[in-house]
Design a binder for this molecule. Sequence first.
Ligand SMILES: Nc1ncnc2c1ncn2[C@@H]1O[C@H](COP(=O)(O)OP(=O)(O)OP(=O)(O)O)[C@@H](O)[C@H]1O
Length: 826
Amino acid sequence: MVWAPEAGDTQLQTLRLLETGPRGLTETQAGTRLLEYGENTIPFQRPASWPRRLARSLRDPFTMVLLALGLVSAVIASWATAGLIVVLVVASCLLRSNGEYWADRSTLALRKLVAATVTVRRRTSEDSEPREREIPIDQLVPGDVIKLGSGDLVPADVRLLRASGLTVHQAPLTGESAPVPKLARDLPNGEDHLLWQGSSVASGSALAVVTATGAGTLFAGAYQAPVRRLSAFDRSVNGISWILIRVMLIIPPVALVANAVLRGMGLEALPFAVAVAVGLTPEMLPVVVTTALARGSALLARHGVIVKRLPSLHDVGAIDVLCMDKTGTLTQDRPVVSGSVGPDGRADPEVLRWAAVNSFWTLHLTDPPTPDPLDEAILESVLDLGDAEGLDATPFDPSRRVSCALVEESGRHVVVVKGAVEAVLERCAMSRQERLRAGEVAEALAEAGARVLAVAVAERHALHRLGEERELELTGFVTVVDEPSPEAAHALTMLARRGIRLKVLTGDHPATAARACRELGLRVEAVVDASALTPQSLDRATVIARCTPEDKARVVTALREAGHTVGFLGDGVNDRPAMSVADVGICPKGAVDVTREAADIVLAAKDLTAVDHAVVFGRRSTGNIITYLRIALSSNVGNVIAMLAAGLALPFLPMLPVQVLVQNLCFDAAQLAFAFDRADPAVLRRPLLLRPRGILRFILGFGALNAVADLVTFAVLTQVVGVAGESAFHTGWFIENMLTQAVIMLLLRPTTGVSRPLGLATGALAAVGLLLPLSPLAGTFGLVALPAAGYLWLLLVAIAYGGALLVLSRRRDWSRDRRRPSAPCR
Ligand SMILES: Nc1ncnc2c1ncn2[C@@H]1O[C@H](COP(=O)(O)OP(=O)(O)OP(=O)(O)O)[C@@H](O)[C@H]1O
């Protein structure tokens, strides 16, 4: 057992207490510690156990209301009603927790494929040299020595041994959103040399020793469960649930009062009133939702798309604006230097040499080195760096947008700064005119399609240390080309055709970004600078350039506030803030750890056509959920209206409570088929959102039609067939309800194709309806055989109902619940 170090311990004391050294642990030591301390996972991130899931599904509001109704039935000794309600609750809870369990298990397996890794320094034996290798973060143990770079998640609580230019986001722990600088120095007070699990590296690099893992970390102790914002999907489902729950709570008292006033009945009408309220509940909603989304995610995984959170599958189908970064997402991120010019625009190889000096020393003096494709491209293009010796360096930081190196050359101490044009120009000592002229030169280079870096130098005295460098002298510009990604153009066309507006949010120059977008075939409506953004220009802009990471997040938030469902696609450390405020975050393969962690959907390849697959599967799953809700609720509402009306008109109850509940159980089982149904091709054309209002309008209309069919049955049974007695009436109505349920399930869908599960489910419903009254179980449920004419008439009513459904649904525009089309942008 190693001792936990304290914040005030020196580096040496910390290493001693942890029984380790800067060369890391041996593999044997690490293995023993893994057994002793367990895997480096946080308890709440493990999948919940079966009993816990079951308990959680009991907390569902529908289940609560059902249980309350069951309790009322038990109090008045209506045991059959209470018993059936318990069966309903148990069945739906078991199905739901089972569905969630498997959905979680499969997404966990998929998530492991994209799990973060860490570079650890270990030795094979005491005497051997340390080797650095990548291991999954759950294999880390206290005493391990690890390397951290820009974009890495801090995988455990660690103490810094070395750090350069290190800034860390520790918002999950402290709430501060700005990155905090960290130092490796020994400090008796303060915590600048400690990093905690849950934070992430914003810039710079570090070598650190692990002080605590798993449940022992500060993060695990301080947090019980991560708090997530409600997604578009959660809000919609909650909206629908609460409307239904209110109606369910109103029904029993209304039915009781009406029966008391009109028929002088007392509490004996309560079981019926309760059964009617139960009849309204879509108990299977959570089951259908989980199954439809889990099935969509499993199918999507075959196309190389991993959905980390199930509801985000709905949300990706609902997005109407997709924001994305440029470098690495739309371009290949394989930059090649194309030239270098002085401030006057004339070719000058010396500018490239200074840029390379900056790249070389920022790469070599940051420990561990932070490789950057731009720096590597610059270094590849220069053969002779001169005799500059590096003294200090701060790597590139997307918020400051510059990198700095301090070198000694020919006895002079020179600061070399390279970065985004405006960030470097504002640090230069130059007149307004000189600045304008230099800006024009850079603009012209960017318009030709190149990425432009500005380079500036300044001589400093021998004791100078790097800080916010000012008063620089502009050396010139380096131009770099980065070819568009070959699949991106096709993917963008597909997404635009699906009614999604595309916006590019980039840290790059407006002209470079606009040119890259045009090369990809994207119609650029407007190009706006992030600093000059207004609500109007935000709406029109296709390219928002010169964005800092915070600007990207600001744009996404503003678009959401304007009523859009916003997706964000990006791969860099500068994309993380935007990713975490978007409705859905998507990242391609190769994204940095922090961005991958914040993303809801991860593409297993770099090919953007996978985003289109995600949108298609998202819309399909949502389409199936909407169909389920429309049909289940239309028929439930229709039945409830008819039962309340018939209950008042008849001298006896129109259906026994047990019959209402058995019928409900059959409907529930059959409706599960919607989770596996085919989707209407039309739903794939526009963003599809689960909208409570649209669904409620639909169910009121078709629910009224269903009630009419029930009341016609009521009239046919009493007036035409002339059934005598309660049992025959109950049986007639029971059969009719089962038949009309099968009809509505087949016909009230936006598509004509019938999947096998749906065919089986509707066939089974009709068979149970027709055969149960003839079976030996008939007596148990108060059912009797009907005369042959009765069956004939009931079939006729079902056919007429089907005809009416067809006529009305043809006249309905199925696309009404889809989002209003936004202007296409290609
Ligand atoms: N390693 C680097 N050294 C110096 N300057 C850099 C470096 N990398 C990028 N820059 C400059 O900073 C600007 C902003 O970079 P940032 O990484 O925020 O965005 P980006 O890579 O241009 O685009 P995107 O946001 O689309 O990924 C770049 O356009 C470039 O001018």
